[in-house]
Design a protein around this ligand. Structure first.
Ligand SMILES: NC(=O)c1ccc[n+]([C@@H]2O[C@H](COP(=O)([O-])OP(=O)(O)OC[C@H]3O[C@@H](n4cnc5c(N)ncnc54)[C@H](O)[C@@H]3O)[C@@H](O)[C@H]2O)c1
Length: 458
């Protein structure tokens, strides 16, 4: 995993640098190789905290920064709050003094390497909202000193590192690539994925100055099995938004097929599973009630927005967004049709939504399509309850709900059980046994020996 000392040094030895810069680069490279550099991680969320733990585990001394005092307190107490982090690992690092957290921005000056993992949301017009990246960059700029390496990990449009961050950092006179070093390395973490975590997921690193690229590559190689350097920050930024666009487009493709199959009276799951038996030239993607989470619904719009600067329309992105955004309404419509077939109206019907997290086995309800589906059902008069073993409270659109226990009584009382997330912890045999009617938007009932007459697939 970790490159040898001579590999990193050979690489910087080949760069054409002024002696003073070469000495600065060599000192930082030596500190990275020896793992004696102090690492600051800004933003201790789904991305930042697992990263901080990975770096701490291999021996770096890590200081986490977050503006939320509650998160900082929890880290310092060794109390985990992120699903992908092992409770015992966090507690052990804190106890050993290798990981601490603070809200005190002035301590940025003491760090040698700074990794940024703050949110990159959209504003209400679906345009990029870089206010968190800009705020952090200004904080760093106030405390910047020669010899620091700064790496942005937040997902963003190509140009953010060079066009937004670099000028802010250089405002006080220090220069990127010679005085301090600046890189972009997108996080690819897939929350809940048991096979791929931060350390065994290939990591792309891009920087627009050779010394920055060599240092950032060496830094990531200390903890990640395979690092893929690219020649500019913008290439790495585009790589990340392309990956998420690829998913959004392919999910839209199977969602569109679902809409067609509904009209044709065909089972889309049967069609797809047959298609995915082809051993080449196809890749499995599955339909669902809509896309959610912090990435797929948001990131392609970052690229769409940037493309407009080049008088270019990213038509696949627009189309995928349009189809994926239609799915909650389709789910509501299908629920309405199923109830109507049984002589019931949505108004006054009891609906039990099963799962509100945006995907299987995660406790994250951000951007979950469940919020819109619940809202649409409630607006049309449904009486709604939900159960999610991982999300005890759910802030829907303007309403706060609490998960109800998944009892035989609750299932039998519902006119419709609506499976929105296929968490592994739910016993779907029990669900179908006690429910009167199930709309399964995830094919969670796949392979179940149950009364299929009660179950309708999306
Ligand atoms: N969650 C994922 O699965 C995932 C995967 C890949 C990439 N990403 C990207 O990583 C970035 C971070 O996402 P996340 O899911 O970890 O977000 P998050 O909301 O879980 O965590 C972000 C943290 O940053 C903190 N923060 C915000 N502004 C700050 C500031 N000015 N100073 C200090 N702390 C600040 C917040 O308090 C929060 O704790 C985003 O760009 C996201 O698109 C996320």
């Amino acid at each position: 995993m970790a490159e040898t000392r001579s590999e990193g040094m050979d690489e910087i030895g080949g760069l054409d640098l002024e002696p003073e810069v070469a000495a600065r680069v060599a000192a930082l490279m030596a500190g990275i190789q020896a793992q004696s550099v102090r690492v600051g991680v800004i933003g201790l969320g789904y991305v930042g905290l697992p990263f901080a733990v990975e770096k701490g585990k291999v021996g770096f001394s890590v200081l986490g920064f977050d503006r939320q005092q509650a998160r900082v307190d929890r880290v310092n107490q060794g109390r985990n709050y992120i699903g992908d982090v092992a409770d015992a690992e966090l507690a052990a690092l804190v106890a050993a003094g290798r990981l601490r957290a603070t809200t005190d921005i002035a301590q940025l000056a003491d760090m040698d390497v700074l990794v940024i993992a703050v949110p990159t949301p959209l504003n209400k017009n679906l345009n990029p909202d870089l206010r968190h990246i800009e705020a952090v960059t200004r904080d760093i700029a106030r405390h910047l000193r020669p010899g620091q390496l700064i790496s942005l990990e937040s997902t963003t449009y190509p140009g953010t590192t060079d066009e937004i961050m670099q000028p802010l950092l250089e405002a006080a006179g220090l220069r990127a690539g010679t005085d301090f070093f600046l890189a972009y390395s997108p996080e690819r973490v897939d929350p809940g994925n048991q096979r791929y975590s931060t350390c065994n997921t290939n990591k792309v690193v891009g920087a627009s100055h050779p010394a920055s690229l060599a240092l950032a590559t060496a830094f990531y190689r200390r903890t990640i099995q395979h690092v893929v350097p690219v020649g500019s920050a913008a290439a790495a930024e585009l790589c990340k938004v392309f990956e998420n666009t690829f998913r959004a487009v392919n999910i839209a493709l199977v969602n569109e097929l679902t809409l067609l199959c509904d009209r044709m009276g065909l089972n889309v799951w049967e069609v797809l599973e047959a298609a995915f038996t082809k051993p080449f030239g196809i890749m499995p993607f599955y339909p669902g009630p809509g896309v959610g989470g912090h990435c797929i619904p948001l990131d392609p719009h970052y690229l769409e927005w940037k493309a407009r600067e080049f008088n270019f329309n990213t038509r696949f992105i627009a189309l995928a967004g349009e189809i994926n955004r239609r799915m909650p309404e389709f789910v509501m419509d299908k629920a309405m049709r199923l109830l109507s077939d049984r002589g019931l109206g949505l108004r006054g019907s009891q609906v039990l939504a099963l799962g509100v997290a945006y995907k299987k086995d995660v406790d994250d309800p951000r951007e979950s399509p469940a919020a819109e589906i619940i809202e649409l059902l409630v607006q049309r008069g449904a009486r709604l309850a939900y159960h999610d073993p991982l999300v005890p409270r759910f802030q829907g659109r303007g309403r706060e709900l609490e998960s109800v226990p998944l009892s035989a009584e609750a299932l039998a009382a519902a006119d419709l059980v609506l499976i929105l997330t296929d968490h592994s912890a739910v016993d779907y045999g029990f669900v179908v046994r006690h429910a009167r009617l199930v709309l399964d938007t995830r094919f969670a009932t796949r392979g179940l020996d149950c009364d299929r007459a009660k179950v309708v697939l999306l």
